[in-house]
Design a protein around this ligand. Structure first.
Ligand SMILES: [Zn+2]
Length: 159
């Protein structure tokens, strides 16, 4: 059998999402399961996702500022700083603040790998979600997320 140019080009295909080349297979459109998944997700450039992104940015910005404020506070007043912050989030039903204090990504962030989640470049410093978590475990003897949701339920019931 003679191999023509067409045959050769048909043996290679490009990922429909990222363009990476791979060996041609009739049903294969994407280079990887990841690209297939990403390509089939709804487009993220819509109005709503832009809004979500802005909200995330604002939240991150506020989280950083809270962390800076915390470390600016004299050590002996830090306990009441974080205590007040948590109680204020519940009292004012400040959803942004609650989202910050209970943020899973921030809580599990590593200062070296995820510096954007940290208020300072000092690697021994924690972010405000980690500080709140530590406080809650110590003082309320439960994770911050549980404590806040319990307190919100109590508050709602009393209104
Ligand atoms: Zn791909």
């Amino acid at each position: 059998m003679q191999v023509t140019e067409v045959d050769i080009t048909q043996k290679i295909s490009g990922c429909a999402r990222c363009g990476v080349l791979f060996k041609y297979r009739p049903s294969k459109k994407y280079c990887s399961a990841n690209c297939r998944k990403r390509a089939n997700e709804p487009k993220q450039n819509s109005f709503s996702s832009k809004k979500v992104r802005h909200e995330n940015e604002r939240r991150l910005e506020r989280a950083k500022w809270l962390g800076i404020e915390y470390y600016r506070t004299q050590p002996r007043f830090r306990f009441s700083f974080i205590y007040e912050l948590i109680e204020q989030a519940i009292r004012l039903n400040d959803k942004q603040l609650i989202a910050i204090l209970t943020n899973f990504k921030m809580l599990n962030a590593h200062p070296r790998h995820d510096p954007k989640f940290f208020p300072t470049k000092n690697h021994s410093d924690q972010n405000i979600a980690q500080i709140a978590q530590q406080f809650s475990l110590l003082v309320h003897e439960r994770p911050i997320k549980i404590y806040i949701s319990e307190q919100r339920k109590i508050k709602k019931a009393s209104e």
